[in-house]
Design a protein around this ligand. Structure first.
Ligand code: GDP
Ligand code: MN
Length: 378
């Protein structure tokens, strides 16, 4: 789950990091009012779940409340790489002397957290990583030991930060790491972290992604969810207890079990097809769940065939077959459906499916091949 800049900045602030504050405006009027309250130059920033807003015209400086109003007018409604701006952050403008990058994320291959920093702040860090990888310094952090002060100092020295400013960035690095761990983030990033003209450290941007698997520990984040910015189908799926990830192919997959769902996608690819989604109906495949799954899969106009892959273990094949037949009566499905059903009571299930006019096979490989053929023929 991604947070907006103003939400991430608030979390940073609760962990002691100095940000430039500000308030959110949904209209140019509100932006003007906030700017008047600030009583000095402000920066007006698009609140969308994507970076590079500056380059796209989503960040503007304004010297007067009138200017702030005009800036908000220009930014609201802007389309930044598919994200339409519906709110802006209006914050006191900072006087920047130098911009840095500071971020924490997980290094999966090293199985440790990694703190990254660069003196090439403000710009797209992916670009720095590509073109001048030597300009990014890293410290791997043992999750049980946390970020040691000496590691943070080493980063500061590598960036060439003047001695009297080292203490400041060391504190911020430790606070950022603390935020990352405490909030169960997969990414916590400040870009740019600036030294102001008066020599103070200030977080001018805030980016955070929260680990979806840890959201149960943070009920407070539910209120921060931006439904407009998320994929509608994925929201519906979450509410139905179905794990669903939209992909770019044309074969809709409905599977019981996450491992089998991954294997199904592999089988589709092996036969030259492309899965349109990952979908695990979870637990029992009742008529209700299958109907919801049909709804999710057919909401994608690219889907040309549906592959249902059920392995009956505790879930009985005949019950699943009934569920599929019943769901198909409830949800109109116009694309071909291929079913693979094996395991407990599979034969009975296949008989029921045949009665419902669906062909089912016992072999996953055959079913995947048939689904790919059906999609290509469509
Ligand atoms: P991003 O482009 O989406 O990462 O948005 P940022 O919030 O990082 O802003 C982009 C750039 O705008 C920053 O790197 C700064 O150079 C500039 N900027 C942002 N806030 C201020 C500010 O308060 N004062 C000044 N002078 N520049 C700012
Ligand atoms: Mn930024």
């Amino acid at each position: 789950m991604n947070l907006h800049e103003h939400q991430a900045a608030e979390l940073f602030a609760t962990h002691g990091i100095r940000t430039n504050g500000g308030d959110v405006a949904f209209t140019p009027d509100e932006a003007e009012t906030i700017a008047r309250g600030v009583g000095g130059p402000v920066v007006v920033k698009a609140q969308v779940h994507t970076g590079g807003r500056g380059k796209a015209g989503g960040v503007k400086l304004a010297t007067t409340p009138r200017d702030a109003r005009e800036a908000a007018k220009a930014i609201l409604g802007l389309d930044i790489r598919g994200h339409v701006v519906s709110k802006v952050l209006v914050a006191p403008a900072a006087d920047i002397a130098q911009e840095f990058y500071l971020g924490v994320t997980l290094d999966r291959t090293r199985r440790q957290n990694v703190v990254m920093a660069s003196a090439e702040g403000g710009v797209d860090i992916e670009e720095v990583a590509r073109e001048r990888p030597d300009r990014i310094v890293r410290a791997l952090v043992d999750p049980f030991l946390g970020l040691h002060p000496w590691q943070a100092r080493q980063i500061a020295f590598a960036l060439g930060i003047p001695a009297d400013k080292v203490g400041g960035i060391v504190t911020i690095a430790r606070q950022l790491y603390e935020t990352y761990v405490a909030e169960d983030a997969t990414l916590a990033e400040i870009n740019p972290l600036v030294l102001t003209g008066s020599g103070e450290w200030l977080a001018l941007d805030a980016k955070m992604s929260i680990d979806d698997n840890a959201l149960f520990r943070h009920p407070e984040f539910e209120a921060l969810r931006d439904f407009d910015a998320e994929d509608r189908t994925e929201i519906d799926a979450r509410q139905s207890g179905i794990s669903f990830v939209k992909l770019d192919g044309d074969i809709g997959c409905i599977v019981n079990g996450a491992g089998l769902a991954m294997a199904t996608m592999d089988a589709v690819k092996l036969h030259g097809g492309e899965p349109a989604n990952f979908l695990d109906v979870g637990g029992g495949a009742s008529a209700d769940q299958v109907a919801k799954a049909f709804g999710l899969v057919t909401a994608d106009p690219h889907v040309r065939a549906i592959l249902i892959n059920i392995f009956g273990g505790i879930t009985r094949g005949d019950i699943v077959a009934q569920g599929i037949a019943e769901a198909r009566q409830r949800v109109e499905v116009t694309v071909p459906i291929v079913v693979r059903l094996s395991g407990t009571n599979a034969e009975e299930g296949q008989r029921l499916l045949a009665e419902a006019g669906l062909t089912a096979t016992e072999s996953m490989d055959e079913a995947a091949a048939a689904a790919v053929r059906a999609a290509h023929a469509a």
